[in-house]
Write a protein of this length. Structure first.
Length: 169
């Protein structure tokens, strides 16, 4: 396994590893890289939803994935409730993704709950030739570069995110 820092301040590329068949040393190294870099790109993985959920659980307790309007009865029938399909593909007149077929604008995953998840894991199954970008920003660096007066003021503030407003407004 090889871990290489990218040009971005908060990311690293990892290759030479199969996430479906990790030993404890490989996971320890991946976990350490995640703590150091925050964003990891691990290419050429073909994981089932069960394998993705299993890998994710190694980082700690999981939150249910947002699935749109779903009843508790429907949730009970979901084999991997911590994994959701996010897609803009429409089949038979209906979006196949759990969040509809629109583009997700800049957002923070599940920031509307009291203790948002520490991380999110995405796996790209089908990437378009144009678009399809996923971008991240280093909010620690943004905060650290604020003028002292502004960062001091920001430390005294809080905000409540509301689930009634999603990433597209």
């Amino acid at each position: 396994m090889r871990i290489r820092k990218t040009a971005a301040s908060i990311s690293a590329d990892i290759d030479g590893v199969d996430l479906a068949d990790l030993d404890s040393t490989e996971f320890r190294d991946i976990y350490g890289a995640w703590l150091e870099f925050s964003v990891l790109r691990i290419r050429d993985q073909e994981l089932t939803k069960d394998e993705l959920q299993g890998f994710s659980q190694r980082f700690g307790p999981l939150e249910y994935a947002p699935m749109g309007n779903i009843t508790p009865e429907q949730l009970a029938d979901v084999p991997t409730p911590f994994v959701t399909n996010i897609s803009n593909i429409i089949e038979d007149g209906r979006p196949i993704g759990g969040l509809g077929s629109g583009e997700a604008n800049w957002h923070t995953d599940m920031s509307y709950i009291e203790r948002p998840p520490t991380a999110s894991i995405l796996i790209a199954v089908e990437v378009p030739e144009v678009g399809g970008d996923t971008e991240y920003c280093d909010m620690h660096a943004a905060f650290e570069t604020l003028p002292a007066e502004l960062s001091d003021r920001a430390r005294t503030l809080s905000i409540k995110h509301d689930a009634a407003h999603d990433s597209v407004g």
